[in-house]
Structures are given as C-alpha cells and as structure tokens.
Design a protein around this ligand. Structure first.
Ligand code: AMP
Ligand code: MN
Ligand code: MN
Ligand code: MN
Length: 281
C-alpha cells in the first residue's frame, strides 16, 4: 500500500454529490487516497455502489453514511463509519430519514411552486434515484438563473427563516448514534464548526453524544491548519473522542474543497483510523 492518505467524509450522485460512484473512485485513486469512506446523506448505497470500482485497486473503502438528526431542536449531521450495512435497525432508520427527505422535498416544492413553478418536476429526472436534499433545489435554482450560486440559493430561499424552508423532525441524536453503534460502527460528529451554536452549547452536545455512545469528532475538514481544527482537537482530547478527518467533498466545482485535501491530523489526538475494524494501514 502506498503512503497512508485518508478521507472519511464525501458524497456521490447517490445523494447530493456530482460525481458518480465510479468517477469518485477514479478521483480518489488520482489523489492517491488509500482509505476512503463514502458518506452519502441517509444512505449507505453510495459506499455499496463504490465497492466494485475499488476492487483490486490500491484503495480501501470504509462503509459510511451521513445521517441527519436533532439535538435540542437543532439539526446535526452524524457520520457513521465502519458499520455492518446489512444491519436491519440501521437500514430501517436510514429508510425513515429518506422518507422524511421525500416529504420535505414536496413541502419545499409547494412553497417554490408559487414563485417559480414546480422545481421538483425538473429535479426528479435529473437526479433519478438519488436521495433528495436541499442542494438539489439549490442546483435547480442556479440552472434556472434564479440565483448565481449555492450560497445564494440557501441564503435567499432554502435556509431556516427563508421562504422555501421546510422544517424536518429528524430523529433524536441519541437514537441515530444507536443505529450506528448497533451496527458495529463508529458515530462521528460531522463538521462540528458549522453549527451556529455557542462553544458552550457544542460542548454540551458532545457530552450527550458521548453518553449516547458516540465515539468521534471530525477534527480536520479543511486543507489548511486553522483555528477550528485546534479547537476541535482540543475537544476530542477533553471529551475522550477519536479524531476523524473528512473533506465533505461534493463537486469539482467547489475549487476550495477537494477530495482528500486535508491538513495533517494535529498531534496528541487519538486518530479514528486506529479504531476501524479490518482497516489495513
Ligand atoms: P440537507 O441535508 O438536504 O438539508 O442539505 C444539507 C446540505 O446542504 C449540506 O450538505 C450542504 O452541502 C448544503 N448546505 C446547507 N446549508 C448551506 C448553506 N447555508 N449554504 C450552502 N450550502 C448549504
Ligand atoms: Mn450534502
Ligand atoms: Mn453535513
Ligand atoms: Mn457531508
């Protein structure tokens, strides 16, 4: 195996990424990634579809999904890694979340219809069976020239408080952590720096997360060393959580967020790769 290079958070066309599973693996190989977790929203199908393309290649896949949940009414994303994807409770849970996504998409569309006509009718044939998310609405708003980019789509229409926002009663954090750990996996708090909550509240969430059986936090998600990484490394140590890393890669269009573009893991943390079953380093 070549020099270890991991990325444990990314997306394909199975959810809101723009590369197919085959293209994602091709890119991962080009980037010399040796260990990759494909973590599509509320589905393990991205990982499963990638498997044949990684067969006999210089890359090891780790099963994954990025699962939506709520804690104190705030939406959080928990990445599940190294799970038994055959586990029924996990798959039932993911299916439950997918139904919530479909219901929300219809609600968003009802709101959007009044302004621009149905967006969903245009989105559906483009995304086929992909797990629908707000990003698909953002892409459609861009395609129709209504907004210039994804940020504008969220800021004007899709985020909380904006006209097309539809709330979702995601399952509780504790329950989602249990789906993951019950399937033998490791639950990871995804991109902990993006939730618009105080540092104190994040710390409280981490206490509850750990108590529920959560084991890890994404410490590195950017190409450069930055203050967020230092803060999250510190939290990993204080809360006794493994440190994970992931680019949250979605598309080649975001030239600032490439697959595998990750700063080195800070010193003094317990890296998650030492705790993944069957991983060959
Ligand atoms: P969903 O899980 O369908 O609600 O969508 C979450 C996805 O939307 C995330 O993976 C981000 O890629 C994207 N997203 C969420 N909030 C924003 C925002 N304010 N600006 C741009 N993209 C966002
Ligand atoms: Mn996404
Ligand atoms: Mn996310
Ligand atoms: Mn993600």
């Amino acid at each position: 195996m070549s020099q270890f290079k991991a990325d444990f958070h990314c997306h394909t066309t199975i959810s809101d990424g723009s590369l197919t599973p085959e293209e994602l693996i091709e890119l991962a190989l080009k980037q010399n990634i040796t260990h990759l977790a494909v973590t599509d929203h509320d589905t393990t199908k991205g990982y499963e579809k990638c498997l044949p393309f990684a067969q006999d290649k210089n890359i090891q896949l780790i099963s994954g999904a990025e699962i939506s949940c709520q804690w104190q009414g705030i939406t959080f994303h928990i990445v599940g890694l190294d799970m038994d994807v055959e586990n029924k409770t996990l798959q039932d849970g993911l299916e439950y979340n997918r139904q919530l996504r479909i219901k929300r998409a219809k609600e968003i569309d009802e709101k959007a219809k009044k302004r621009f006509g149905s967006l969903l009718e245009k989105i559906r044939p483009k995304i086929k069976e992909a797990m629908i998310g707000r990003n698909h609405f953002a892409q459609e708003l861009i395609a129709q020239g209504i907004v210039k980019d994804q940020n504008q789509a969220f800021n004007k229409y899709l985020k909380q408080g904006r006209p097309f926002y539809a709330p979702v009663a995601w399952p509780e954090l504790e329950e989602v952590v249990k789906w993951i750990t019950g399937a033998g996996g490791i639950a990871v708090v995804a991109h902990p720096h993006i939730y618009k909550i105080t540092a104190n509240k994040l710390n409280k969430m981490l206490v509850d997360f750990k108590q529920a059986g959560g084991q890890a936090i994404e410490v590195v998600n950017q190409p450069r060393v930055c203050s967020e990484q230092i803060g999250m490394a510190d939290r990993a140590k204080r809360h006794g959580l493994y440190a994970s890393l992931g680019s949250d890669f979605h598309t080649l269009e975001y030239t600032w967020r490439g697959l595998g573009w990750l700063a080195p893991m800070p010193e003094g943390v317990d890296p998650i790769w030492n705790h993944l079953k069957g991983i060959k380093l």
